[in-house]
Design a protein around this ligand. Structure first.
Ligand code: ADP
Length: 484
């Protein structure tokens, strides 16, 4: 199982902090140790220079022992008493023989070897750390004394390192004790902080868990305290809105579809029952079957339209665009319109506003279906004696086909919805006319597929006009609906 983000953040935080604490602890330990050693060295050099400044010390040294007495040693010990801080002093003659030892050294001897001797001839100071049984840990400075480029002696100053070792030990103890404690405290702080920072995510998760298909109208609180979380919440809210809309559309669609199919089915069932019970003659049976056939055709049409829309949604209906004559197509449609309107005695007219043939690129089958839907609507929704005009013209680089009628017209409030599936203005009126409210949805899809536009003008009681414009050529543009 993956670790919680909070745990992961805290672990990273603690590890980073541990590395920083260790590195800084080591650095400060090293720096202090170096500075203290440097301080001791500087002090010993100063002290050695003080000793070498003594008059007696600068006298040429006789190569003999013992060494703890005499005027030279007295001065050294006196200087040690006045200016020293417990250092040990040895004076050596140029041969490396001890000519004076400070009284605090007792019988102990500070180390001297040919390497130090050679360095003294070269005028170099040598510093080394040594361990002397009775005196402990010492730092020894070997300081050569030159006069007129000649080595006249060497002074050895040794400082006790116990104080330094104690200080460093103390520091190490502090670092080793307090660093883990600080690390623990800061890690705990980090854990709390991560918890606080991630609390809005927890709250969002809890709210999100409660949202399902039944309450898609719920929204997440957009908290202002963190921009990232606010952005996440509002993005999720947008997604919920889209989901809610499509859920509502699917619900509406399936409700409408089943309603539309149930009505003819009920009629079919009723008429069949009546025929079975009451019909006696062949003619009566025939009448019932003819009536049934009407309902079956109606259902067939609805199912075909639905299938087509579903396929168009899934992009499964290919639109094969070929060059075709819109002028020829419109004339054929006019003839079909005349046949449709015959029973209603409508005055149907064709007006070609240009004297040349208009060519477009399109799928003839689909365009025919679209214009027929518009023409059959005009016929359906225009009362007897009315007039339907089919006009073909040009508007810039677009061909425009207008289907105009003197029918019932469409009230303004319905105009934005008439392209919705199953949307009908007056159910009773439409049912008798035979529409399921899918015709204009199909029109819209075909216009879209041809990069066209559809403009509707309608006045209640006076009539409607549907103008479809399709580009003659040129770049593709998204379709647009204009309602006036
Ligand atoms: P239907 O199959 O019911 O005709 P459509 O999708 O073709 O469905 O049309 C949707 C609704 O728009 C119709 O129910 C009708 O009320 C209205 N409508 C469409 N065309 C016209 C028109 N030419 N005149 C008046 N109303 C119309």
């Amino acid at each position: 199982m993956p670790l919680l983000l909070r745990t992961r953040l805290t672990i990273w935080y603690a590890l980073t902090l541990a590395v920083i604490l260790t590195a800084s602890g080591v650095f400060w330990y090293w720096l202090l140790n170096r500075n203290l050693n440097q301080h001791i060295d500087d002090h010993m050099v100063q002290f050695a220079e003080g000793i070498l400044a003594l008059e007696q010390v600068r006298q040429p040294s006789p190569p003999y022992l013992p060494v703890v007495s005499g005027e030279r040693c007295r001065q050294v010990n006196l200087y040690l008493q006045q200016a020293g801080q417990g250092e040990y002093i040895t004076l050596l003659n140029p041969n490396g023989e001890t000519i004076c030892r400070s009284t605090n050294l007792g019988d102990n001897q500070l180390p001297f070897n040919p390497e130090i001797h050679l360095a003294a001839y070269r005028g170099e100071k040598v510093v080394s750390d040594i361990e002397v049984d009775t005196l402990g840990h010492l730092r020894v400075l070997n300081f050569p004394l030159h006069l007129d480029r000649n080595l006249i002696g060497i002074v050895q100053v040794a400082a006790d390192l116990k104080g330094l070792a104690d200080t460093m030990q103390h520091l190490a103890w502090i670092l080793l004790t307090f660093s883990p404690l600080a690390l623990l405290a800061i890690t705990f702080g980090g854990w709390m902080l991560a918890g606080r920072a991630l609390a809005p995510v927890d709250r969002l998760t809890r709210t999100m868990r409660k949202i399902n298909a039944g309450n898609l109208d719920q929204r997440l609180p957009v908290e202002a305290e963190s921009e990232e979380i606010a952005r996440l919440a509002s993005t999720f809210n947008d997604m919920l809105s889209r989901l809610n809309n499509s859920f509502a559309r699917v619900k509406q669609f399936s409700g409408d579809a089943s309603h539309e199919l149930r009505t003819p089915l009920t009629i079919l069932k009723g008429e069949t029952e009546v025929a079975l019970r009451w019909a006696k003659t062949t003619e009566e049976y025939q009448n019932a079957l003819v009536s049934n056939m009407d309902e079956i055709r109606r259902m067939e049409r609805i199912i075909e339209d639905l299938l087509m829309l579903a396929k168009s949604d899934a992009g499964e209906i290919p639109v094969e665009k070929k060059e075709l004559s819109l002028s020829d197509l419109v004339q054929e449609l006019y003839l079909q319109g005349r046949a449709l309107s015959e029973s209603k005695q409508l005055d149907i007219n064709l007006q070609l506003e240009v004297d040349h043939e208009i060519m477009i690129k399109g799928d003839e089958l689909r365009l025919r279906q679209m214009f027929l839907n518009l023409i059959s609507n005009a016929v359906k929704y225009t009362p007897e004696g009315g007039r339907v005009d089919i006009l073909l013209g040009l508007d810039g680089d677009r061909a425009v086909v207008t289907v105009r009628d003197t029918g019932f017209g469409i009230p303004k409030e319905h105009l934005p919805h008439i392209f919705d599936r199953f949307y009908r203005i007056d159910e009773a009126r439409n049912r008798s006319a035979g529409g399921a409210g899918l015709g204009l949805a199909i029109v819209k899809w075909i216009v879209d597929a041809h990069d066209g536009e559809i403009n509707i003008t309608s006045t209640v009681g006076a009539g409607s006009s549907f103008a479809v414009s399709i580009p003659l050529e040129g770049p593709e543009k998204p379709s647009r609906i204009t309602i006036r």
